[in-house]
Write a protein that binds this ligand. Structure first.
Ligand code: M6R
Length: 599
């Protein structure tokens, strides 16, 4: 939550900060601000989006920091917007994270005048106090972060001080090394138009950026943080002619899926080669249980992955909401694997769950889209889904890529445990290779889906039902619709409908039913009859050649256990067009942020 940016170099800072913040708005967009520093400090901040900022046309400063906020402590007001300043107005701070002991720290500063309700402002005053004691800005920030409990990515500037000081603990922060200056940012997307050379700060690092270079200290000692090249190009983070990032990302799925499997399936043998996985054969052969932990869409991907793993590898698997995870009793840590799945690799709940597992001696595997993320750095093993940047708050292409990577993982585990039925394995591999084409087939029907979405957009509520692999897709379909259209949408295992939710079904509640292969459609058809006899219109996603009496039907080509993934594309487009019809802020739905870095 919250995006931060900083620039120091030979060019004007303001346009770089503003453009960077616009790229980071998916992390939060309820207030924004920048601070520009030379001999004086100039701060511009207010409630609203980056575009609402009232900025002067002429700003000669070549050093500054910026922030786009997702509120935690204090409402989205002008006063609570970042950057926060000290009493003298000479120190400015932007922050992503939560300072848990801010009340306690505030009490140590009885003579300071606080202007906001935020946890962040105390940092500016603490830095002020350190500077008054005669140290320089880097030493001041280093001393302050030693006293902070909680999570932070910080950018700090001060009038008359040539440089930016940045620090991180449990919140992401990247340094960009550009030809005309150096940057800090919450992630790489705002950096791509300036540089692809980045270094990832580690917890406890304090970085000092000047025009000429970057130095990083950890516990007072100079440390080296490798400069790596980001593979994403700048175009990947643009809308590319689509009205919204979400629509672009839905349409990018065939490419994302090809990337997810590229080089991971032997084209001759059809065998899976997940080289990134370093778990030993002995460990996998002796494993008792795989616990998946994730949130939101990634949780739904795990539900899919759990079923694949159990079916293919004959190993017990569980899925837990990361925020609820505890190791539990009766497990042998040496024979358990925890798999965390996260697009961002920065979701606080998921990181907490993984750390909990790690502390109990359980091996952890991270499945993420984000190279250099906290998850990638902290897990024992990491496998990347390679979906490319996803900017829309609603996760779309990364869901499909996560499921595909979990399918590759399940095949690998099954093979290493000698549990893989050769025919089943070959068929799934073929289906993985055919999936991008099948998804393209669904995307080609966008106009027809739009027509249906507009026809049903006025529904009072929307229900999504499916069994087995159709269940996670039903939950995901409902999540997509509710988060971007703000309509009441619920997903249920189809068999559960009659145990309560059926009371909500009327003529005004369209039911979207997943009836493809891999979803026990013959049983779900009974549930379809139950809702139709209460007047509800049914939009059915069926397997090839499966007739039925539905108000609307879309057919998915034969793809075995992956058919529900194609059905999911129809649901994504349905959600998109309902929300678009209602004029919603699709890429930035109210109250949400892309990356949830608070528990
Ligand atoms: O980055 P992560 O995959 O860990 O994010 C998890 C959830 O916050 C995320 O999937 C969220 O539910 C999305 N808004 C869903 O579209």
């Amino acid at each position: 939550m919250c995006g931060i940016i900083g620039y120091i170099g030979d060019s004007e800072a303001r346009p770089r900060l503003v453009a960077g913040l616009q790229r980071l708005e998916y992390r939060g967009y309820d207030s924004a601000g920048i601070a520009l520093a030379d001999e004086e400090l100039s701060v511009f901040k207010q409630a609203g989006t980056v575009g609402d900022l009232d900025l002067p046309v002429e700003t000669p400063q070549t050093c500054g920091i910026g922030h786009t906020r997702w509120s935690t402590h204090g409402k989205p007001t002008d006063a609570n917007a970042h950057p926060h300043t000290d009493c003298s107005g000479r120190v400015a701070v932007v922050h992503n994270g939560i300072i848990a002991n801010y009340d306690e720290l505030r009490e140590t500063l009885p003579d300071h005048r606080f202007r906001s309700e935020t946890d962040t402002e105390v940092v500016a005053h603490l830095v002020e106090a350190e500077l008054e004691a005669g140290v320089d800005l880097r030493a001041a920030v280093a001393a302050v972060v030693d006293r902070i409990e909680g999570s932070y990515a910080l950018g700090v500037v001060a009038a008359g001080y040539d440089g930016i000081v940045a620090a991180r603990r449990n919140s992401p922060l990247v340094v960009g090394h550009g030809a005309d200056g150096n940057f800090i940012a919450s992630d790489v997307t705002p950096l791509l138009e300036h540089t692809r050379s980045v270094s990832y700060l580690e917890d406890g690092d304090v970085a000092h950026l000047t025009r000429d270079g970057v130095t990083v200290h950890q516990d007072g000692a100079l440390v080296d943080r490798a400069v790596t090249t980001v593979e994403w190009d700048a175009d990947a983070a643009e809308k590319g002619g689509y009205d919204h990032y979400m629509l672009k990302e839905i349409h990018e799925q065939p490419t994302a899926l090809r990337q997810a499997i590229a080089g991971r399936i032997d084209p001759i043998e059809g065998r899976v080669e997940l080289d990134d996985l370093s778990l030993s054969d002995d460990f996998l052969a002796g494993i008792d249980e795989v616990q998946f932990v994730a949130c939101g869409t990634s949780y739904h991907a795990c539900m899919y992955g759990k079923q694949l793993l159990e079916e293919l590898a004959d190993v017990r698997a569980t899925v837990e909401f990361a925020s609820e995870y505890d190791v539990g009793s009766g497990r042998d840590p040496e024979r358990t694997l925890v798999v965390g799945v996260s697009q961002s690799g920065e979701t606080a709940d998921t990181l907490r769950a993984l750390r909990t597992a790690s502390r109990s001696g359980i091996r952890t595997l991270g499945v993420t889209n984000t190279v250099g993320s906290t998850m990638a750095r902290e897990c024992d093993d990491v496998v990347y889904i390679r979906a490319g940047p996803e900017i829309g708050v609603a996760a779309t292409k990364t869901f499909a890529s996560q499921v595909v990577v979990l399918a590759l993982f399940a095949l690998t585990v099954a093979e290493r445990r000698s549990e893989l039925d050769a025919t089943v394995g070959r068929e799934l591999v073929e289906h993985l290779q055919d999936l991008p084409g099948a998804v393209q087939g669904a995307l080609d029907r966008d106009d027809a889906i739009e027509e249906v979405a507009v026809a049903y957009a006025a529904g009072e509520a929307f229900f999504f039902i499916g069994r087995r692999f159709g269940n996670p897709v039903a939950l995901e379909g409902a999540l997509k619709l509710k988060e971007i259209s703000y309509d009441h949408a619920e997903g249920f295992p189809a068999g559960e409908l009659k145990h309560g939710p059926l009371a909500l079904v009327t003529e005004g509640t369209p039911v979207l039913a997943i009836l493809t292969d891999g979803t026990r459609p013959e049983e779900t058809r009974n549930n379809v009859k139950e809702v139709q006899s209460r007047g509800a219109p049914v939009i059915a996603l069926t397997g090839a050649g499966q007739d039925g009496d539905y108000e609307v039907g879309f057919e998915v080509p034969e793809l075995g256990l992956l058919e529900p993934l194609v059905a999911n594309v129809y649901l994504q487009l349905f959600a998109y067009h309902v929300a678009d019809d209602k004029g919603r802020a699709i890429d930035r739905p109210r109250n949400l942020a892309k990356s949830v870095t608070v528990e």
